[in-house]
Design a protein around this ligand. Structure first.
Ligand code: SF4
Length: 443
C-alpha cells in the first residue's frame, strides 16, 4: 500500500476564500493526498490568505511565517497573493504564490514540490497525456466556445460562449509538452485573439509569476519555453484581426515566434461581411496585412474564405478576387457556402445555387493557385529550417515554418539518410509548385 503524502492547510479570509480552500482540498483528496492536522507531520503547507484590510494582511503574513518556521515548504494562495510581490518581499522562501480562485495553479505547485501519489490506473498515462499527433508536434487548446455569432456558424450554439482556460494551466501543459520532446506547439481555439476576454484578462500565475490571461502575454510566456537548445516553433491559429494582434508581430520579426498567422478573413465585401456578422472590412484587413509585412516581411499568412454566401452577387465575388490578388496571401482555403442546419445565414434572401457556389470556389482557387505558385517560387535557392515529419526509402517529408501540419504544403527531401521524424534540418530549396517545395539537405 502506498503512503499518502501529507499536506497541511491554513485557510484564512472570507467565504469566497473558504470556497477556494474547499476546491483545493477536494482536489488534493481526489488525487490521493492526505491532510495533516499539524505543521510538523505535513510534508508541505498551503496557506490561503486574505488581503482585504491591513489587519488581515498582517494575520496572513504571520501565518505564512509560522508555517515556514515550523515546516519550511509553503505554497501561498488567495487575495494577498494578488497584491504585487508583498508575500515574496516578506517571505522570500515561499515555494509559490498564486492569487485567489487559482486551484489549478495551486495544484501545479503542489505537484512540482510534492509529486502526486502513484495511481495504478492513471500512471500508465504519460505526464503529457495521451496525444494523437506525432511525438514532435502538439496542439495546445487555450479556450473553448466563442462570443461571436457569425451567421454561417453554429459553434456557439454547440459549445457555448468563450470560456478561456487559466493561463497557469495552459503554460503548465505547454511546459510538459516541451519537456516530453515536442518541438512545435500549435495554439488553437475558436478565437485565439479573444483569449481571456470572458474572465476580464484575469491575472493568473505561472511558476509563481503573475501573468495576465491575454493572448500577447500568453505568447510572450510561451516564447520563453523556446529559449533552450534547438528551439521551439510556436504557431498561432484562428487569430482574428483585432488591433492587439499587432503586438505579437514584432516577436515574429525577432525570431522568437514563428512568423505564421492563420487569420480567417472569410470575405472582402463589406456588405457580405456584415451579413456574415464578421468584424472588420476588406479594406481594413488589407491595411493590417501591409502593416504586418512591413514589420515582419517573412510572415506567412494563411486564411479561409467562403464563396457563394447567400446574396453574394457576381460583383461582390469579384471584389473578393480583387482582395485576393491584392493581399497575395501565402496559404488559402476556400469553401463553397454550405447551409449547415441551424445557421442563421440559411434564411438570408438570394441563396446562391449549389453549382454557382462550386463554380465560384473553383475560380477563387484558380486565382490563389497562381499567387501561391509565384510566392513559393521565390523560395527556390533559399535555405530553410525544416522539421521532419516522416522518413522512408525515397527520402523525408518535412515542413518549413510556413507549413502547418495537415493543412499547408510540405518540403520533400531526396535521399535524406540519417534523418528521423522530429529532427530539425536545413534544406536548400531546388524546386517548387503551387503547394510544395523540394530540396536537399545542407550540412
Ligand atoms: S465562425 Fe468562428 S468566430 Fe464566428 S461564430 Fe463560429 S466559431 Fe465564432
Amino acid at each position: 500500500m502506498t503512503i499518502a503524502p501529507k499536506i497541511g492547510f491554513v485557510s484564512l479570509g472570507c467565504p469566497k476564500a473558504l470556497v477556494d480552500s474547499e476546491r483545493i482540498l477536494s482536489q488534493l483528496r481526489a488525487e490521493g493526498y492526505a491532510v495533516s492536522p499539524s505543521y510538523e507531520a505535513a510534508e508541505l503547507v498551503v496557506v490561503n490568505t486574505c488581503g482585504f484590510i491591513d489587519s488581515a494582511v498582517e494575520e496572513s503574513l504571520e501565518a505564512i511565517g509560522e508555517a515556514l518556521a515550523k515546516n519550511g515548504k509553503v505554497i501561498v494562495t488567495g487575495c494577498l497573493g494578488a497584491k504585487g510581490d508583498l508575500v515574496r518581499k516578506a517571505h522570500p522562501r515561499v515555494l509559490a504564490v498564486t492569487g485567489p480562485h487559482a486551484a489549478d495553479e495551486v495544484m501545479q505547485a503542489v505537484h512540482a514540490h510534492l509529486p502526486r501519489p502513484h495511481d495504478p490506473y492513471t500512471d500508465l498515462v504519460p505526464p503529457q497525456g495521451v496525444r494523437l499527433t506525432p511525438a514532435h508536434y502538439a496542439y495546445l487548446k487555450i479556450s473553448e466556445g466563442c462570443n461571436h455569432r457569425c451567421t454561417f456558424c453554429i459553434i456557439p450554439s454547440l459549445r457555448g460562449d468563450l470560456s478561456s482556460r487559466s493561463i497557469g494551466e495552459v503554460m503548465q501543459e505547454a511546459e510538459t509538452l516541451v519537456k516530453a520532446g515536442v518541438k512545435e506547439i500549435l495554439v488553437i481555439s475558436q478565437d485565439t485573439s479573444a483569449y481571456g476576454v470572458d474572465i476580464r484578462y484575469r491575472t493568473g500565475f505561472w511558476q509563481g509569476r503573475p501573468l495576465k490571461t491575454r493572448m500577447t502575454e500568453l505568447v510572450r510566456a510561451l516564447c520563453e519555453l523556446g529559449e533552450g537548445e534547438g528551439g521551439l516553433w510556436l504557431r498561432l491559429h484562428y487569430v482574428y484581426p483585432y488591433a492587439h494582434v499587432d503586438e505579437v508581430i514584432p516577436l515574429m520579426a525577432e525570431g522568437r515566434l514563428l512568423p505564421y498567422l492563420d487569420v480567417p478573413f472569410q470575405h472582402a465585401s463589406p456588405r457580405i461581411l456584415k451579413l456574415m456578422k464578421r468584424p472588420a472590412s476588406g479594406e481594413v484587413n488589407l491595411e493590417r496585412i501591409r502593416a504586418w509585412r512591413a514589420i515582419c516581411p517573412e510572415i506567412t499568412i494563411r486564411s479561409t474564405f467562403i464563396a457563394g454566401f447567400p446574396g453574394e452577387t457576381e460583383a461582390e465575388f469579384r471584389q473578393l478576387l480583387d482582395f485576393l490578388e491584392e493581399a497575395e496571401l501565402d496559404r488559402v482555403g476556400c469553401f463553397a457556402y454550405s447551409p449547415v442546419e441551424g445557421a442563421k445565414a440559411n434564411a438570408l434572401p438570394g441563396p446562391v445555387p449549389a453549382e454557382l457556389r462550386e463554380e465560384r470556389r473553383a475560380r477563387f482557387m484558380a486565382v490563389q493557385e497562381k499567387i501561391s505558385r509565384k510566392r513559393l517560387k521565390r523560395k527556390i535557392g533559399k535555405t530553410l529550417k525544416v522539421l521532419v515529419d516522416t522518413v522512408d526509402k525515397q527520402g523525408a517529408v518535412a515542413r518549413s515554418g510556413a507549413d502547418a501540419p495537415e493543412i499547408d504544403g510540405v518540403v520533400y527531401i531526396a535521399g535524406a539518410q540519417g534523418l528521423k521524424p522530429g529532427d530539425w534540418a536545413r534544406v536548400k530549396i531546388e524546386r517548387a509548385d503551387a503547394h510544395d517545395l523540394w530540396g536537399r539537405i545542407i550540412a
